[in-house]
Design a binder for this molecule. Structure first.
Ligand code: SF4
Length: 315
């Protein structure tokens, strides 16, 4: 595992619609049912424009994700096939607990599946994710193993677990041969039961990372930070994280917070691959033209890309 470098990983979200909608820490749980159903999917062109940005700025695609059941199966497979084509390689997906048949359908486009476990404390899990049980994810991980797919998981620290729960995590990672884990810290959302909670400290999030790294020297650990936690980066990297995510990299591109992420990486003795601060010289139209997509879609991607670049140059 190379801990001399680090990079930013972008989660590509295709929608905010979610058929689960009641995880108690999630913004979706604060929305009336009508809004949950109304919340639109993003357009294909905006997603693909974002993938082009990732490729050219040196950002890895952490996973493709979105609210559960936002897409019909066939449409989702079409989207994944386009993302794979633009990205140039298979992607991770984090779209809920998939059945064996669904995994097989997705397999041509995906490298692995992420189980959004969120908390490994089973009692706490029942409270914070009442409609997103762990068991279907465990079944998915077993099937993914049989199919030769990689297996990842998410963990949010600060939901009410303690570091003593690490043994549960260790057993889970071992049991399901997890090769990648995303370790986030709670982001208290207005209107949820965590509204007045303190976000976990850098040291607490780092402790989970450190223990995971010690127990699994080869596992890929991604740490999630928010824009108010860029000062956590060096602590989390020193604890053994490979990469950084959850920073709003397009909105804050070139900002002082983005500069701080890169500085923190250097403080931790890591070379930061890619950039959150300087747009490289790229012929963006050419990047779109070379894609094997229809001209109408390419035109829309170019427009979207121009809009993103304008936003990114505004800092
Ligand atoms: S499944 Fe995900 S998007 Fe849906 S409510 Fe739970 S955390 Fe939020």
């Amino acid at each position: 595992m190379n801990l001399k470098t680090t990079c930013f990983e972008r989660a590509l979200f295709f929608s905010w619609y979610c058929a689960v909608g009641d995880c108690t820490y999630c913004y979706m749980s604060t929305q009336p049912k009508f809004n949950k159903e109304k919340l639109a999917r993003r357009t294909t062109e905006s997603l693909l424009a974002e993938v082009i940005l990732c490729k050219n700025l040196g950002w890895e695609l952490g996973f493709v994700s979105g609210g559960q059941k936002a897409y019909k199966k066939v449409e989702f497979l079409e989207l994944l096939s386009k993302i794979k084509q633009v990205y140039g390689k298979k992607v991770w997906i984090n779209v809920g607990a998939l059945s064996k048949a669904e995994l097989i359908q997705n397999q041509p486009y995906i490298k692995g599946v992420v189980a959004s476990i969120e908390t490994i404390n089973y009692e706490l899990h029942k409270k914070v994710c009442p409609s997103k049980p762990i068991k279907p994810f465990e079944d998915m991980l077993v099937e993914a193993q049989r199919l030769g797919l990689e297996k990842g998981m998410t963990l949010i620290v600060g939901l009410g677990e303690t570091i003593d729960d690490f043994e549960l995590l260790k057993n889970f990672i071992k049991k399901y041969s997890i090769t990648k884990i995303h370790i986030y810290g709670l982001n208290p959302q207005k209107g949820t039961m965590f509204e007045n909670s303190e976000p976990p400290s850098a040291e607490y999030q780092a402790e989970w990372i450190r223990k995971t790294r010690q127990a699994f020297p080869d596992i890929d650990i991604q740490c999630g930070i928010w824009v108010d936690r860029v000062g956590y980066v060096s602590t989390l990297l020193r604890a053994g994280a490979n990469s950084i995510s959850k920073f709003p990299a397009i909105k804050y591109f070139g900002s002082k917070q983005a500069g701080e992420v890169e500085r923190q990486a250097r403080l931790a003795g890591r070379k930061f691959k890619g950039t959150l601060t300087k747009l490289p010289e790229v012929d963006w139209d050419k990047e779109v033209d070379k894609l094997d997509l229809n001209d109408g879609l390419k035109e829309k991607i170019e427009q979207k890309l121009r809009a993103y670049l304008k936003k990114m140059k505004s800092h």
